[in-house]
Design a protein around this ligand. Structure first.
Ligand SMILES: Nc1ncnc2c1ncn2[C@@H]1O[C@H](COP(=O)(O)OP(=O)(O)OP(=O)(O)O)[C@@H](O)[C@H]1O
Length: 937
């Protein structure tokens, strides 16, 4: 389905109309009938709404705003009482959260219709009960009474207990996670697209804008960990496929779904705040051309590598390990040296005893199938994963001269065998160190047990995150083969639309081109240029704000990311609207008091003395002088940070005081960071001696490492580093980055080395560069409670997030400021149909005339949202209320025009189909006059 078609069919029924406004004029009389009918429908709607305003449903008086557009009547009309799709299981919890409130009034309809008990609704307080509880106000700008945080939370609560988890603030969507679907594996295949009209609307808007303007679109999900970002992102992506990608039967969908299933198990883990937390941030870029999906790309941001070797107390390692232990067959276990080993026997997994997930085995089998779809050998990946687990059980004891000796060789030998290297080579890689720049290859110093344990953990992390990176690369690089169109064996993630288009164009022009190389390359070039300039629809699901105890470097990076996204939102929503009003001399009351988080971003990421720059400096100093004890380095780092930012309002003292800890006041709360592992995590290195063990058998990179590696997949994981070693003549006591980076040369104390945080910062910068060129669509995600309990609304938890995400400020701006501006020409182009006679020209005067005409035609406002506009130097400024009025009028006009065209078309068809009429009978001959009776005058 093309977007043009989609766009029109979503607004008007019947044949597509290029410019319904023009049709409207040329069929004036029919159009008048249509408008008349439409008005009658609207007036009927408002009568029903007026009637409903006298009825209190669940203690909430029904709002009016947003109920009428397009004649859409509110769902909860008398006789159509709201019925929760999921009966509120924890209904008593709501009154418990509202201790000072009287019990909710008995809804009237309950006496006559004794169906499921209505959910408890908030009452009491200044905004109690009716007018402002806002249960049926689907857009917060239409809330009645003073717009306060309390009113917003009450409205969300009232909606929540009516199973309405999505609420608009103008064009911004607020999504409230009610934890009604916690068993969802959060994969693309499991996303249920059909039941989320608000998310569907967002996708339609993004695709339509992209088609209309060619401009890239980005749907940006933000919120704390557990607020439902990943859930929503999967639903959105699924919907995007339905709209533009040809649906779930296409190869593109199957490939992407397989990639997400594989990555979900590898990148999600149970944390203190979310049993199913995504530890990999995603930006899913979907290239849409002419309304059809052309290509998809997943950008992954993997930070939480320490979890592989050291999950935080009370948390778990990545899901895949538990799923693997549950799903491997006996033979597979034996082959992987895992027989008799459960999570309790494997050190990296042995954290807290938890109930095993009954779905683990099934999910593992699905994971295996999806690996096959991506063309990645299952055995290769599980060999690496099993080796990681076995490495965790390799312990070190102090041998002669303080040198590290493995305590028990079985795991070391098993891990070596799985990785395809000789046990001796692995042992040497883990324990022997050449002093940097040792002149001769045989000069080696033994590692201490602590250094050997660090090397073991570094290897485990490197193996894991490089496997993830390889899978992502594979998923992104799937290319289409024309001959396998429509089959899973095709190597593609492009759309079937383009497959068929290309197939047909190839077929059509085959004769003339005759397969000539020049013709083909020209076509390829044209295609490349065309798609390089096309926009995309992106879905961003990055790390949510987290307050783990204690928080590590990864959490600091994740929280920096959340701060950056918050800043992006502030700039886009608040700052730019105020600045453009100022620039064009438009007074924009009210002055919004939003919280600017730039000071916090500066504290963390400023190049001059920010927390991350100071950490890099400390790492470089440690590398130059030989790393000292981790604890000492961490204390020195924290001491320097405190000294530099003594008076910074966002840097706090931890409670209780601790020499290796500091606290930061983030936009969503205070977080205490423990810097004990900061330096090690930031360096993120693996010794070159260890990497050399993976050189292919017969290759020179592992010179002297003892035979080389015979496991191609493992060699591939370190491919770039092994090449660098080969070029440099083998290991020389340097280090490589454990995570895959573009910088594959050995790190050198003399040369500036990249670090984990530098890489992350660069990638975040690049992401922002992409986002600033896109039109954003924001989804603000909230979690209903802190305990992941289904259908429990904790007011304090929600209020805290409402404050952090500046939802009240957004609603105030949308309700009474000028959040929208449009160039005169664009404005006239869109709203000419509203007042065609007034729209002469395309300048400010014509825009003002359209707006005045629209105001004159608009019915009396039923909502407190301001219906305001202003004309600036180059732009029309609109309040959200005004925009909605204009959109509604435009929709009515288009609808009327479409109905008019339909009627004309039907008449035409009817005339065509009517059976041919018999020729009119010949007139009967008049009888001849009888003679003599003829009168003459
Ligand atoms: N709209 C929803 N309806 C029902 N259940 C939901 C909804 N959104 C999320 N959930 C459930 O809530 C849990 C947390 O959601 P999710 O993992 O998507 O949050 P998140 O914001 O992505 O968290 P993180 O940042 O930690 O990855 C999941 O078990 C998910 O199935």
């Amino acid at each position: 389905m093309s977007v043009g078609c989609l766009h029109v069919s979503s607004e008007v029924a019947g044949p597509p109309v290029d410019d319904p406004a023009e049709a409207c004029e040329s069929h004036a009389s029919s159009s008048n009938e249509a408008v008349h009918l439409q008005r009658r429908l609207l007036s009927l709607g408002s009568e029903l709404v007026t009637l409903r305003n006298h009825l209190h449903v669940g203690g909430a008086q029904l709002g009016v705003g947003g109920a009428l557009p397009g004649g859409a009547l509110p769902a909860a009309l008398p006789g159509r009482k709201p019925q929760p799709a999921v009966p509120p299981r924890a209904a008593p919890a709501a009154p418990a959260q509202l201790p000072q409130q009287p019990p909710p009034p008995e809804p009237r309809w309950r006496n006559t219709l004794p169906l499921p008990a209505p959910p408890p609704a908030p009452t009491g307080g200044a905004n109690s009960g009716g007018a402002n509880s806002g249960g049926d106000v689907d857009d917060l700008i239409h809330l009645r009474g003073p717009l306060t945080e309390d009113a917003v939370v009450r409205a969300l609560q009232a909606r929540f207990y009516h199973n309405k988890f999505y609420t608009w603030i103008g064009p911004i969507l607020v999504s409230l996670n009610g934890y009604t679907d916690t068993s969802n594996p959060l994969t693309l295949s499991a996303a249920r697209a059909a039941c989320r009209p608000e998310l569907a609307r967002l996708v339609h808007d993004a695709v339509r804008h992209q088609a209309d303007t060619g401009y890239p679109q980005a749907i940006i999900l933000s919120g704390v960990s557990g607020s439902g970002k990943t859930y929503a992102s999967m639903v959105l992506l699924r919907r995007l496929f339905d709209v533009a990608g040809g649906g779930p039967e296409t190869d593109a969908f199957k490939h992407l779904a397989a990639a997400f299933t594989v990555l979900r198990s590898l990148g999600a883990a149970a944390t203190a705040s979310n049993e199913n937390s995504s530890r990999i941030g995603h930006f899913i870029e979907v290239q849409v051309t002419d309304g059809a999906l052309y290509r998809t790309k997943i950008h992954c941001y993997f930070l939480d590598q320490s979890r592989v070797v050291r999950p935080l107390p009370g948390e778990r390692n990545y899901h895949i390990f538990y799923q693997m232990l549950a799903g491997l067959s006996a033979d597979e276990r034996a082959a992987l040296h895992l027989e008799g080993r459960g999570a309790g026997e494997l050190r990296y997994l042995a954290a807290p005893p938890r109930r095993a997930d009954p779905d683990d085995a099934a999910r593992f089998h699905a994971w295996k199938t999806c690996l096959a779809i991506l063309g990645i050998p299952f055995l290769d990946v599980v060999r690496v994963l099993a080796a990681v687990l076995l490495l965790g059980n390799v312990q070190w004891a102090e041998g002669a001269g303080g040198a590290a000796e493995p305590a028990g060789d079985a795991e070391l030998a098993a891990a070596a065998q799985l990785l395809g290297v000789a046990p001796g080579a692995l042992l040497r890689g883990l324990t022997a160190r050449r002093p940097p720049r040792a002149a001769r290859a045989h000069v080696r110093a033994p590692a201490t047990p602590a250094a050997a344990a660090a090397a073991r953990d570094a290897l485990a992390k490197a193996l894991y995150c490089r496997t993830v990176a390889t899978i992502v690369r594979r998923a992104n690089s799937l290319k289409r083969l024309g001959s396998t169109l429509g089959t899973l064996s095709s190597d593609s993630n492009e759309s079937v639309h383009n497959q068929s288009r290309r197939a047909s164009s190839a077929g059509g022009s085959g004769g003339s081109r005759g397969g000539g190389a020049a013709g083909k390359s020209m076509a390829a070039l044209n295609d490349a240029v065309r798609h390089a300039t096309d926009g995309f629809v992106g879905i961003l699901d990055m790390f949510g704000f987290e307050d783990a105890a204690p928080s590590r470097l990864e959490h600091l990076c994740a929280n920096l990311c959340a701060e950056t996204m918050q800043h992006f939102y502030n700039t886009h929503v608040f700052k730019s609207s105020a600045e453009s009003c100022r620039e064009e001399g438009v007074s924009c009351a009210p002055e919004l008091d939003y919280v600017d988080n730039v000071p916090c971003i500066d504290l963390v990421s400023s190049l001059r003395g920010g927390l991350l720059a100071a950490l890099d400096a400390e790492c470089a100093a440690g590398a130059a002088g030989g790393a000292g004890a981790a604890g000492g380095e961490a204390e020195r780092y924290v001491g320097r940070v405190r000294a530099t930012h003594r008076a910074h309002p966002r840097l706090l003292e931890p409670r209780p005081a601790h020499p290796r800890r500091f606290a930061v006041r983030h936009y969503a709360g205070d977080v205490t960071y423990d810097a004990s592992d900061f330096l090690e995590a930031n360096r993120d290195t693996v010794p070159d001696e260890l990497v050399a063990a993976f050189a292919r058998r017969g290759g020179s990179g592992g010179a002297g490492a003892g035979g080389g590696c015979e496991f191609g997949f493992a060699t591939h994981l370190f491919g770039a580093e092994l090449k660098a070693l080969e070029a440099g003549g083998g290991a020389r006591g340097a280090h490589f980055r454990a995570s895959p980076t573009s910088h594959a040369a050995p790190l050198d104390a003399a040369a500036p080395a990249s670090t984990l945080t530098q890489d992350f910062h660069t990638r975040l910068d690049n992401l922002l560069r992409t986002l600033v060129h896109a039109r954003p669509h924001f989804v603000r995600c909230l979690r209903a409670n802190a305990t992941e309990a289904p259908m429990v609304f904790e007011r304090q938890t929600v209020a805290k997030q409402v404050r952090a995400l500046q939802i009240l400020e957004t609603a105030t701006l949308m309700a009474s400021g000028y959040p929208h501006r449009m160039r005169f020409r664009a404005f006239i182009g869109r709203y000419r149909a509203v007042a065609r006679a007034a729209a002469a020209g395309d300048g400010g005067e014509a825009a003002a005339a359209v707006l005045q005409a629209a105001e004159a035609q608009a019915p009396a406002p039923a909502s407190p949202a301001a219906v305001r506009w202003a004309i600036g130097k180059r732009h029309v400024f609109l309040s959200e209320g005004m925009r909605q009025v204009l959109e509604r009028m435009r929709r009515v006009r288009r609808q009327a025009a479409a109905e008019c065209i339909q009627a004309a078309w039907r008449r035409h068809r009817q005339r065509q189909r009517a059976p041919p009429q018999a020729p009119p009978p010949a007139p009967r001959p008049r009888p001849a006059p009888i003679g003599k009776t003829c009168f003459t005058l």
